[in-house]
Design a protein around this ligand. Structure first.
Ligand code: VGL
Ligand code: ZN
Length: 201
């Protein structure tokens, strides 16, 4: 067991990001047993949950003429358009049934503002609206974060880079993440995390 300054952050291990889900990440479900086992090493475990209202602005279905995985321009910058996913209260938004949720001290939901997507567990995609996680961790004197989950190139990437910018020591266990990987997104994410000082393990 690590000391009390360490937390494990499990990003978006939800049905819609697993095979059969609305935004399935290849092999997204295969990391679940090892994530459950890793929880035993951490005094603090935090789960994040992508949690969108129906009609969320990141859904291609809200943009006439657009298909999922196309880009659009939002007031806060470019945004990938996704299939409808992780709708509040849906089965797809639930955690993978085999994920251990009982160990979680905190379940942080994000993406609940209709007008702004939120990949990062720390800030929405405007890079300005906080989720509150920074304050939660800092008031608990947590300084070291290990991140695992889905998807490597989006929510894990944005969370890890933001955490490093905020001064946390961040390790991403790449073996316990899986990627969407389109248009070079995984290579770009790996570079970005590396440049931000994230340890890729
Ligand atoms: C995610 C796309 C849209 C993720 C969430 O968890 O990586 N990706 N919403
Ligand atoms: Zn989402």
């Amino acid at each position: 067991m690590r000391d009390a300054t360490h937390a494990l952050i499990v990003i978006d291990v939800q049905n819609d990001f697993c095979p059969g889900g609305a935004l399935a990440v290849p092999e997204g479900d295969t990391i679940v047993p090892a994530i459950n086992a890793l929880m035993a090493e951490f005094p603090a475990v935090i789960l994040t949950q992508d949690w969108h209202p129906a009609g969320h602005s990141s859904f291609a279905s809200e943009h006439p003429g657009k298909q999922p995985m196309e880009m659009t321009e939002m007031p806060y910058g470019p945004q990938v358009l996704w299939p409808d996913h992780c709708i509040q209260g849906s089965i797809g938004a639930q955690f993978h049934p085999d994920l251990t949720v009982d160990r979680a001290d905190l379940i942080l939901r994000k993406g609940y503002n209709r007008a702004i997507d939120s990949y990062s567990a720390f800030f929405e995609n405007d890079h300005a609206t906080p989720t509150g996680l920074e304050g939660y961790l800092k008031t608990r004197s947590i300084t070291h974060l290990t991140m695992v989950g889905l998807a490597t190139d989006f929510c894990v990437n944005f969370s890890a880079v933001d955490a490093a910018k905020l001064g946390f020591a961040v390790t991403v266990r790449m073996d316990l993440c899986r990627a969407i990987d389109f248009d070079g997104s995984l290579a770009a994410a790996t570079d970005g995390m590396d440049q931000a000082g994230v340890t890729l393990a």
